[in-house]
Ligand binder design. Structure first.
Ligand SMILES: NC(=O)c1ccc[n+]([C@@H]2O[C@H](COP(=O)([O-])OP(=O)(O)OC[C@H]3O[C@@H](n4cnc5c(N)ncnc54)[C@H](OP(=O)(O)O)[C@@H]3O)[C@@H](O)[C@H]2O)c1
Length: 294
């Protein structure tokens, strides 16, 4: 019997990319769920899903990701990002299921000056980051074998993200202002999905035993949002002037870390995940977006 991989949040950016890559992995039986088929905040629905599918792996891609709205919708953000992770982790521990949970660079305060290691102290500066940190704590406490993968600045062809917003605005406006004093590492959801499935396959083939713990994954290279916008403009060849502004000129309800760079060497060393530079991935995503539009 093929091992089953149960995926929550299957229609989000990451979930969607996992479903595309799943087609090339016939050694697994994938079950993709969304809020309607598996609400991760419901212990009853979760137990039913475990009883029905008996997953060998659970990849939690479901999350409340509206960073600014989380400042006011606190209860719902905490339920999805923190409490529900405890529900999943409980079920994984009882069933002997390998949990792979996704978290964020926003668990850090952004005051660092060198790439954050996975064991660097967390100190979230917005409520979304706080709930994601609480989710990590729940995963670690309730499921001994949890693998937690923090990622940053996720984009893809699917869903809402910086790349698609920039393309839309750049097509409408002659000029755009973008913050230059927040730096980090973009992550193409497809590369993150490939890294996760690589780990699952390494565990499945027995090439490596599970090494539970916290890992970082992003594309490689450090840029500001301004640099990211300029690259998008250049690849799309749009006649839009991009102006660099400080964060103070673009106030948002949730504070953002200024330095959001994570060290990804642990995931490379432990599981052999490849380093993928951000610019090539951005070009690949934009090519797919162009092809989908034509
Ligand atoms: N996006 C980023 O820039 C970023 C950065 C760092 C880390 N991350 C983390 O990466 C992971 C994947 O992010 P993403 O960008 O793929 O997020 P996404 O596109 O917002 O997808 C999240 C999915 O979770 C679903 N969901 C929300 N509440 C649910 C519930 N109660 N039960 C079941 N599903 C539920 C959402 O469904 P609805 O559409 O119905 O709400 C959505 O399909 C998340 O853990 C996120 O925190 C993301």
């Amino acid at each position: 019997m093929k091992p089953t991989i149960l995926v929550s949040g299957g229609y989000g950016q990451l979930g969607f990319e996992l479903s595309r890559l799943a087609e090339g992995m016939p050694q697994f039986s994938f079950v993709f769920t969304d809020r309607d088929t598996l609400d991760i905040t419901s212990p009853e629905e979760m137990q039913k899903a475990f009883d029905l599918h008996k997953p060998a792996y659970f990849i939690n891609c479901a999350a409340y990701t509206a960073v600014d709205k989380a400042e006011t919708e606190r209860e719902v953000a905490a339920r999805i990002n923190a409490e529900a992770v405890g529900i999943i982790a409980d079920c994984c521990e009882k069933a002997g299921t390998q949990l792979i949970h996704i978290s964020t660079d926003y668990v850090f305060n952004g005051k660092g000056t060198s790439p954050y290691q996975p064991d660097a102290p967390a100190d979230p500066i917005n409520y979304y980051g706080e709930t994601k940190w609480q989710g990590e704590v729940a995963a670690r406490e309730k499921c001994r074998n949890s693998i937690i993968i923090r990622t940053s600045w996720v984009y893809s062809e699917h869903g809402n993200n910086f790349v698609k917003t920039m393309l839309r605005l750049m097509a409408q406006r002659p000029e755009l202002s973008v913050v230059e004093d927040q730096v980090g590492c973009p992550t193409y959801a497809r590369d993150l999905a490939a890294a996760i499935l690589h780990i699952v396959n390494v565990l499945h083939t027995g090439e490596k035993a599970t090494q539970p713990g916290t890992y970082h994954y992003s594309n490689s290279g450090v840029i500001s949002w301004y640099d990211f916008a300029v690259a998008i403009r250049d690849i799309a060849a749009l006649p839009c002037e991009v102006k660099a502004i400080p964060s103070s000129a673009y106030p948002t309800p949730a504070a953002r870390p200024s330095y959001s760079v994570m060290d990804i060497s642990k995931i490379q060393q432990v599981y052999g995940v490849q380093d993928v530079p951000w610019r090539g991935s951005l070009a690949e995503c934009m090519e797919r977006l162009k092809n989908a539009a034509s």
